[in-house]
Design a protein around this ligand. Structure first.
Ligand SMILES: Nc1ncnc2c1ncn2[C@@H]1O[C@H](COP(=O)(O)OP(=O)(O)OP(=O)(O)O)[C@@H](O)[C@H]1O
Ligand SMILES: O=C(O)c1ccc[n+]([C@@H]2O[C@H](COP(=O)([O-])O)[C@@H](O)[C@H]2O)c1
Length: 208
């Protein structure tokens, strides 16, 4: 499952768990993007923060792992490269790429879109507020209804910035990580550490 994971939240985790169960997958590899070219430069937290939050969120599930292939590759992140790298690392694996309905609707705009269907099975999952459909001309795309989680990373970031809690929207360890590094509290300062004018403790991390 690829994503910017800024931050990872329970919508991601439920989607991954449901697909793993439905398709009897041995492993779900979470792949944080390096440079998501469709998101504004500077609007995305440093990759190491997003990677570490993903590790924290997935640590308790023995079938969940996290890959650094996208954050270690230079240049913009393209899924065609992600899938090639994963295939190189796991030549025997039958790859499934998990996306929410919003991302499924954009795949035809991606680099090498016509090649993607040969590299992996794609699984599109339902997401509140978005219609789910297989892209025109795609093959091997499965659609799966998953429990509705009206959670987005955008909303989580906005809540932290407004000093509202994100408990139960993201895993507890991710709440604590966000608080520890003062993420999302103010203007992005480039390295994701707490800007001077912002206190080190965010309201979001107060006990529930
Ligand atoms: N609540 C959700 N339910 C189902 N799928 C989701 C949900 N949130 C995200 N996804 C899917 O997870 C993948 C990674 O999403 P991403 O990291 O961009 O999270 P996001 O919440 O959409 O972030 P942002 O709000 O910053 O755009 C995408 O395929 C997306 O469609
Ligand atoms: O390959 C592309 O051109 C492409 C364009 C946009 C998004 N993606 C991938 O789609 C996944 C979700 O991306 P995002 O930005 O919505 O978190 C992630 O794995 C991205 O690398 C891929």
């Amino acid at each position: 499952m690829g994503g910017t994971f800024d931050p990872i939240h329970h919508g991601h985790l439920v989607a991954a768990s449901e697909v793993a169960g439905e398709f009897d997958l041995d492993e779900v590899v979470f792949v944080p993007t390096g440079r998501p070219w469709q998101k504004a430069a500077g609007a995305v937290s440093p990759a190491e923060h997003r990677y570490l939050m993903t590790v924290i969120a997935t640590a308790s599930n023995p079938r969940f792992t996290v890959s650094r292939v996208d954050i270690e590759r230079d240049g913009p992140t393209f899924t065609v490269d992600t899938l090639r790298d994963l295939k190189r690392q796991r030549p025997e694996a039958d790859l499934f790429f998990i996306t929410g309905a919003d991302v499924m609707a954009e795949i035809l705009t991606w680099k090498g879109a016509e090649e993607l269907w040969q590299l992996a099975h794609f699984v599109g999952v339902t997401r509140p507020g978005h219609d789910l459909a297989a892209p025109v001309g795609s093959s091997g795309v499965n659609l799966l209804e998953v429990p509705a989680m009206a959670i987005s990373s955008t909303d989580c970031r906005a809540r932290v910035a407004e000093h509202k809690p994100v408990w139960y929207l993201v895993p507890d360890g991710v709440v604590q990580y966000i608080n520890k590094y003062g993420l999302y509290l103010g203007p992005r300062d480039g390295d994701g550490t707490t800007p001077d004018h912002v206190g080190a403790r965010g309201v979001s991390a107060k006990a529930p």
